[in-house]
Write a protein that binds this ligand. Structure first.
Ligand code: ZN
Length: 404
C-alpha cells in the first residue's frame, strides 16, 4: 500500500499521470540510445498532510551518483546565491563575528553558494553526492564531503552550524526524515536553516508541469513543508518567494519556539489558504490544464512544421525532458537542443533522443526557438535581443507569471 513520504498516512489519491518516462537527467551517449529504462511518473495527493508527491522512486544511487548539473553556470543562479548569502547575514548575523559563523550546504553542487558565504568571511563546508561536481568545488577551494547527507553522516561531523542551507535538494530526498533529523542535530541553538524549494503553488499557477520529474519526489507548499519540519522540532519563521527556477520559496527555519513568525510569512500562509492550493481539487484541475497545454503546443508546432519552419529547442534542461516525453516531441519536430553546458556536448535527450548542440558551435539558426529553459526567460530575451530583432521567434511553452 502506498504511504505518504511525509506523514506516513495511507490515504493518497492519484492526481497527475505523465506516463512512463526515463529518468530525465540521464542524457545519453549515442551508443546508449534506446537502452534507457522508463518509470511511472505520477503525482499523488495526501489527504492527511496535503503533500503532493511521486509514488515511484528511482534509486538515489542511480540519480545522484554523478550528475552534470552545475549551479555556477548561469548568471542569474549565481547572483541568486549571492543574494541569499547577503540576506541571511544581514538579517540575522549583522553584528556577529563572521569568522565564528559556520555554514553547511547540503547538496552543495560546485560550491557556488558556499563561495558567497566564504567571501563574507564565514567558515564553510559542503556535502555533495556527485563526484564530478564535488571535485569541481574542491578545486575551487570549497571543503566538500563527497557523500549523501543523512542522519548518520550528520553525526560524524564535529561541531554545530549557525547556518545550514539546502537549495533544491529537499524534494529529492529518499531519506527524508533521516536528512531532517541530521539537520536538526547539526543546527546550533540559534542557528538558521535555509530551505529553498520549488514552490508547488508557483508550479500550479504557471502550469509548469515540467518541474515534475523523478528527482523531485516531493512538491511542497508552506503548509506541507511545515508539517514535515514540525515533526522534527523545527519550524519556519520567515519566508519569501523568489523567481529562481520559475518560482522558489526561500524559507528560514529554526528550532521550534525560538523566533516569532514574520508578517510576510503570515501573509504567504494566508495566500495559500485563500487559493485552495492545499486541496485535492486544485491538483485534478492542474492535470486538466496540463492536457490543454499539450493540445495547444502540438497545434502550434504542427502548423510551424507544415509551413516549413525549422525549430530548435532552446536549452536542454533536465526538466525539459518531462515536457518532451509527455508531448512526444522528437527530432521530427525539434532538430536539436541548443545548450550552454559543455558537459552535455554530443549527448542525446533521454526518451526522445534529440541531439544536443553547444551554443557556441551552432552552424545555423532556426526560425523558431522552442524554449525549454523558460525559467531564464528574462535573461534569454535580453541576451538574444539581436536574434529576436532579426526575426527569430522565441516561443515559451510555459510562461512564468512571476516575471509578468
Ligand atoms: Zn501525508
Amino acid at each position: 500500500m502506498l504511504s505518504c513520504r511525509v506523514c506516513g498516512g495511507n490515504d493518497l489519491d492519484l492526481c497527475i499521470d505523465l506516463g512512463l518516462q526515463p529518468w530525465c537527467n540521464n542524457f545519453l551517449k549515442r551508443e546508449e540510445i534506446g537502452s534507457e529504462p522508463k518509470y511511472p511518473l505520477r503525482v499523488f495527493y495526501c489527504n492527511k498532510c496535503s503533500t503532493t508527491q511521486l509514488d515511484y522512486t528511482v534509486k538515489k544511487e542511480i540519480m545522484f551518483g554523478d550528475h552534470t548539473y552545475l549551479s555556477g553556470i548561469t548568471k542569474s543562479l549565481s547572483s541568486h546565491f549571492k543574494n541569499i548569502a547577503n540576506i541571511t547575514i544581514n538579517n540575522y548575523f549583522d553584528s556577529a563575528n563572521k569568522s565564528a559563523i559556520n555554514v553547511l550546504d547540503i547538496g552543495s553542487n560546485d560550491g557556488t553558494q558556499l563561495k558567497h558565504f566564504m567571501d563574507i568571511g564565514c567558515n564553510v563546508l559542503g556535502v555533495e553526492s556527485s563526484k564530478t561536481t564535488s571535485e569541481i568545488a574542491k578545486s575551487n577551494g570549497i571543503p566538500t564531503i563527497n557523500k549523501f547527507f543523512n542522519k548518520e553522516l550528520a553525526e560524524s561531523i564535529d561541531g554545530k552550524f549557525e547556518i545550514i542551507n539546502a537549495a533544491g535538494v529537499f524534494f529529492h530526498l529518499e531519506e527524508l526524515h533521516s536528512v531532517t533529523e541530521g539537520i536538526k542535530h547539526l543546527l546550533s541553538e540559534e542557528g538558521i536553516f535555509i530551505v529553498q524549494f520549488l514552490y508547488m503553488k508557483s508550479i500550479v499557477d504557471n502550469i509548469a508541469f515540467d518541474q515534475i520529474y523523478h528527482e523531485h519526489l516531493l512538491y511542497y507548499n508552506l503548509k506541507s513543508i511545515s508539517y514535515l519540519l514540525e515533526l522534527h522540532g523545527l519550524e519556519i519563521f520567515d519566508a519569501f518567494l523568489s523567481p529562481i527556477h520559475g518560482g522558489s520559496m526561500i524559507a528560514f527555519v529554526t528550532h521550534k519556539n525560538t523566533k516569532e513568525k514574520t508578517y510576510r510569512l503570515m501573509k504567504l500562509i494566508k495566500q495559500e489558504e485563500e487559493s485552495n492550493i492545499n486541496k485535492k481539487s486544485t491538483y485534478l484541475d492542474f492535470s486538466r490544464k496540463i492536457s490543454d497545454l499539450r493540445v495547444r503546443d502540438l497545434e502550434y508546432l504542427g502548423k510551424a512544421i507544415e509551413q516549413g519552419k525549422k525549430i530548435y529547442g532552446f536549452g536542454a534542461p533536465v526538466k525539459g525532458n518531462t515536457l518532451l516525453n509527455y508531448f512526444n516531441l522528437g527530432t521530427e519536430t525539434l532538430q536539436c537542443l541548443v545548450e550552454k553546458n559543455k558537459l552535455r556536448k554530443g549527448l542525446y535527450s533521454p526518451g526522445m533522443h534529440i541531439p544536443i548542440v553547444i551554443e557556441d558551435e551552432l552552424e545555423d539558426l532556426p526560425d523558431i526557438y522552442y524554449v525549454l529553459a523558460w525559467n531564464f526567460k528574462k535573461e534569454i530575451l535580453e541576451r538574444n535581443s539581436s536574434l529576436i530583432d532579426s526575426g527569430i521567434e522565441f516561443y515559451f511553452p510555459i510562461n512564468p507569471s512571476i516575471f509578468k
